[in-house]
Design a binder for this molecule. Structure first.
Ligand code: SF4
Length: 413
């Protein structure tokens, strides 16, 4: 229990994380102002390495979307986008971000002193996760008159074939001439290799961070990891992300050595499948901790592990990394992945979050939750909610479901 009475144990590395994220946003702000670097907007699992190698400062609108959710600004901003015909049923990152633009308000002001999000010189998407990112960037293309280019990735992939990898590598290569024109520099192959190698080292460190939670008690929770993943998302390919995860790992290993869990007296271990409910992160962290339950692993945080980047050819590496992801894969692949994770992390139960505006990250609509429970003989709950739109979330119902899950494991019911 912390000094303020909250059962959440803070990680001391978080102070360093705050400074790192502040530097990242200040650099973007400078580039969007009078700085010499160009700004590229990129989706969270887009070709960040290529952009960074060309000297772009890379901004990720999804990170902004998560901030809008976490600060609970999103729900009030979504209607502004709805009024332009963007349905309340599509991605609430998209609708809250467009609402934020229309309302001229951003959490970046309070967090980092930025007046507005950094204006883009180019918008770069990959359709690997969904079609929404393309439509989201399409709004800004029309609104700001900046070029938009991207990669079209096939979805529901069972096996990664050389045809898929070759096609995607070619699509990545095809972006280069236009990006070079906008950046005003030529791509240096050695620089691209160095950035990709750094990104891969970041992946390895981030994986080690998450794997510490295989330990019992787990030194970090899913809720910690959603905050700690910031550098793996926005600064992969930048060596500062590596330095940060080295420091975080040291702290987590200290906890492991001392037998200190992120949750006191850890009795139950859960897996979170789906997006976080950003505006309820702290509430969820506190509820699980107060029930001596630790959410030790998630698909979401593991989605920024990119094994494909180990490929010597950076274009093949990006092609593989951004198509081997869980979200791009078939239902059968996803089930195998979840079974492995449940065993590796010694899971006692699953929490499936059915995020109403992101079917792409909700995996309980085709029977997966029931099949897994039956096969692994562990219980699950399905929380109806959303990543950002809190009108789609029921506080009372969710709290009761979580309590009931824990009671079921304790044999109270
Ligand atoms: S994957 Fe979901 S949350 Fe992410 S951009 Fe697409 S619809 Fe939005």
């Amino acid at each position: 229990m912390s000094r303020n009475g909250s059962p959440i144990k803070k990680l001391r590395s978080t102070a360093m994380l705050r400074d790192l994220m502040a530097d990242y946003y200040r650099e973007l702000d400078e580039a969007a102002g009078s700085g010499p670097a160009r700004v590229a907007w990129c989706n969270s699992v887009g070709p960040a390495e290529l952009l960074r190698a060309l000297g772009f400062k890379v901004y990720f609108p999804e990170n902004h979307g998560a901030m809008l959710g976490a600060t609970r600004m999103a729900t009030d901003l979504i209607p502004a986008a709805n009024a332009l015909g963007y349905s309340p049923e599509i991605c609430s990152y998209l609708t809250s971000d467009i609402g934020s633009y229309l309302s001229r308000t951003t959490p970046l002001t309070r967090a980092y002193g930025l007046e507005s999000v950094p204006a883009p010189d180019v918008l770069v998407y990959n359709t690997n996760q969904c079609r929404d990112v393309q439509d989201w960037f399409g709004f800004y293309q029309r609104e700001l008159g900046v070029p938009m280019i991207g990669i079209e990735t096939p979805r529901s992939l069972s096996e990664m074939t050389s045809d898929v990898v070759n096609d995607l590598a070619a699509q990545h290569r095809a972006l280069v001439p236009q990006l070079e024109r906008i950046a005003g520099v030529s791509l240096d192959p050695d620089r691209l290799r160095a950035v990709t190698a750094s990104s891969y080292r970041c992946t390895e460190l981030w994986r080690e961070v998450l794997r510490t939670a295989c330990c019992r008690p787990a030194p970090l929770t899913f809720f910690d990891a959603t905050i700690q993943m910031g550098p793996a998302v926005v600064l992969r390919g930048d060596e500062r992300a590596e330095r940060y995860y080295e420091a975080l790992l040291e702290e987590l290993r200290e906890r492991m050595q001392d037998g200190v869990g992120a949750v006191d007296d850890e009795r139950h271990r859960f897996y979170w499948e789906g997006m976080p409910v950003w505006g309820k992160l702290r509430d969820h962290a506190e509820q699980f901790a107060s029930l001596n339950a630790c959410v030790v692993a998630s698909t979401y945080c593991n989605s920024w592990i990119f094994d494909g980047l180990a490929d010597y050819d950076p274009f093949n590496g990006m092609a593989r990394a951004y198509s081997e992801l869980f979200i791009v894969r078939s239902e059968a692949y996803k089930q195998r992945y979840l079974e492995t994770m449940a065993r590796d992390y010694a899971i006692d139960g699953f929490i499936f979050h059915n995020a109403k505006t992101c079917p792409n990250n909700s995996n309980c609509n085709y029977g997966m939750h029931l099949r897994l429970s039956k096969k692994l003989d562990i219980p699950h709950i399905v929380i109806d909610g959303d990543l950002n739109d809190l009108r789609l979330y029921s506080e009372e119902q969710t709290r009761t479901q979580i309590e009931a899950l824990v009671e079921q494991l304790e044999g109270v019911m």
